[in-house]
Write a protein that binds this ligand. Structure first.
Ligand code: ADP
Ligand code: MG
Length: 241
């Protein structure tokens, strides 16, 4: 039984559009897979299947050898955290509340324990001093760090990032990427969908190129970026760099 995350032959259609057409990806425990590929190739849908936000018609998602597709979705989301492009924070609550709420409802922590955990996590992303602010008073980069702290507070085994820096002003991208890189170095198991090719090259254990609903090529950063095998990947790389 392999430790880590395994996506097998995922298929999913919206109406007549086949969005996932047998997508495979295997991420050993403690490793980071970066997923690259053109817009519309199914990257977000792939992550959504792993987090039970979308249901594949067939295929399997295994975490440490066990299917998560039939497990309780709340339990799955506790084990597998996800960070989105647009933060998805509650705007009318404080930064602290945004983190304590799921700690109380999902992990069942007491008010005091939730408070302590949330502050500790905020400290780790350098934002303990913003605990009582509303998200709207923060920069995009700070908001994304709050979203990451919120996900980490659940003590997930796996983290998924869906273009976490795509909505940020350029000068804010670096801080968030550094945080993700630190998680990778710390041994978190992760799938990171990103347009940041330099980041993928530096941080990924493996890079997966998605094209039209499939993982068309997968390999080390050197293999993918320096010796792409398919014309489709070559063309994609030509466009993005
Ligand atoms: P990517 O993240 O690589 O840009 P997505 O997974 O978001 O790709 O989308 C892949 C395709 O699926 C796109 O053509 C998109 O329009 C379509 N799609 C995604 N979500 C839905 C949905 N909820 N309903 C209908 N079509 C969808
Ligand atoms: Mg997407």
């Amino acid at each position: 039984m392999s430790q880590g995350l395994e996506l097998r032959e995922l298929r999913l259609s919206y109406g007549t559009t086949e969005v996932l057409r047998g997508a495979d990806l295997s991420v050993p425990s403690g490793q980071t897979a970066c997923v690259i590929g053109p817009s519309g190739s199914g990257k977000s849908t792939l992550l959504r299947c792993v987090n039970r936000l979308a249901e594949p018609e067939s295929g399997e998602v295994l975490l440490d050898g066990e299917s998560i597709l039939h497990a309780n979705p709340d339990r799955v989301r506790q084990r597998i955290g996800m960070v989105f492009q647009h933060f998805n924070l509650f705007g009318h609550r404080t930064v602290l509340d945004n983190i304590t709420m799921p700690l109380r409802t999902v992990r069942g922590l007491s008010k005091v324990d939730a408070h302590h955990t949330a502050l500790a996590r905020l400290g780790e992303v350098g934002l303990a001093h913003k605990a009582q602010y509303r998200p709207s008073a923060l920069s995009g980069g700070q908001r994304q760090r709050v979203a990451i702290a919120r996900a980490l507070a659940m003590e997930p085994e796996v983290m998924l990032f869906d273009e976490a820096t795509s909505a940020l002003d350029p000068e804010l991208v670096k801080g968030v990427l550094e945080l993700i890189a630190e998680l990778a170095e710390g041994g978190m198991t992760m799938i990171v969908v990103t347009h940041e090719m330099g980041f993928a090259r530096r941080v990924a254990d493996q890079v997966a190129f998605m094209d039209r609903g499939r993982v068309l090529e997968v390999g080390t950063p050197e293999q993918i970026f320096d010796s792409p095998e398919t014309l489709r990947l070559q063309r994609f790389l030509d466009q993005v760099r």
